[in-house]
Design a protein around this ligand. Structure first.
Ligand SMILES: N[C@@H](CCC(=O)N[C@@H](CS)C(=O)NCC(=O)O)C(=O)O
Length: 212
C-alpha cells in the first residue's frame, strides 16, 4: 500500500499531524511547503492542493486528500484502530474530548488564520494593526476558557486520560501569545506542552518542529 504524504512546514499546523503519525508509528513522506505568508507563488501552489491554502494537508494511502487537523485526527485513530489518542464513543471522556478538539480548531485556530495576515483582509495599516490586536485578544480569551476546562489535577487535559488534545497543546502552546504568556497565565497548558514533548515516542517529531 502506498505511504501517506504530508505537506508540512516546520512548526506550523502540520506538526499536529506529524506528532500523531509518530505516536502511531505510521510512516509518511514529507513535502516541504514554503512560507505562504511571504511567497505568493508558494501560496498559489498550496491553494491548488488545499483550497484553504493551509497545512496540514495529508494524502491518504488511497490517494485521497484530507485537510482539517481535527478531521485528520479522528481519521488517523480509525486507520490505526487505536483509542490511544481519541476516546471511543462509549468512553466517559468522549464528549469533553470532542468539545475541546472542535473548540481548538473552530475558536482558537481561526484567530491565527485572520490575525496572522490582516493585510489580506484590510488595506489600511492602522486597521490591520487594530484587527490583529483584537483578534489576538480574542485568542487569549479563548485560550483562558480552554485552560479553565483543563483538569486541575492533571497530568493531562482530560485528567488521567492522555489524548490528542494534549498533542494540540504541545504544538499550539508554542504559538502566539507565546511560551511566556502560557507560563504565566496557563501553567497547566504549559506543563502539558512540556510533558508531551518529553514523551520518547514524540520527542523526535517535536524536535523536527521546535527548538525548545
Ligand atoms: N482549520 C485548519 C487550520 C490550518 C491552518 O491554519 N494552518 C496554518 C499554519 S499553522 C496555515 O497553513 N496558514 C497559512 C494561511 O492561512 O495562509 C486545521 O485545523 O487544519
Amino acid at each position: 500500500m502506498a505511504q501517506m504524504l504530508l505537506y508540512r512546514r516546520r512548526g506550523w499546523g502540520s506538526a499536529l499531524i506529524e506528532v500523531q503519525l509518530a505516536w502511531y508509528g505510521m510512516p509518511v513522506d514529507l513535502v516541504e511547503v514554503g512560507d505562504v505568508f511571504r511567497d505568493a507563488e508558494e501560496r498559489e501552489r498550496l491553494i491548488r492542493i488545499n483550497p484553504a491554502g493551509q497545512v496540514p494537508a495529508l494524502v491518504l494511502p488511497d490517494g485521497r486528500l484530507m485537510t482539517e487537523s481535527a478531521a485528520i485526527t479522528l481519521h488517523l485513530a480509525d486507520l490505526a484502530g487505536s483509542a490511544d489518542l481519541v476516546p471511543q464513543p462509549a468512553a466517559p471522556e468522549r464528549a469533553d474530548f470532542l468539545r475541546w478538539l472542535i473548540f481548538i480548531v473552530a475558536q482558537i485556530y481561526p484567530c491565527f488564520t485572520f490575525g496572522d495576515a490582516p493585510a489580506r483582509y484590510v488595506t489600511d495599516p492602522q486597521a490591520q494593526e487594530e484587527m490583529q490586536q483584537r483578534i489576538f485578544a480574542r485568542a487569549e480569551q479563548m485560550w483562558l476558557a480552554l485552560g479553565q476546562a483543563a483538569s486541575a489535577d492533571g497530568p493531562w487535559f482530560l485528567g488521567e486520560r492522555f489524548s490528542a488534545l494534549d498533542l494540540y497543546l504541545g504544538v499550539m502552546g508554542h504559538w502566539e501569545p507565546g511560551l511566556e504568556w502560557f507560563r504565566t497565565h496557563l501553567p497547566r497548558v504549559d506543563a502539558i506542552r512540556q510533558a508531551v514533548q518529553g514523551e520518547p515516542r514524540l520527542a523526535p517529531a517535536f524536535a523536527a518542529n521546535f527548538d525548545d
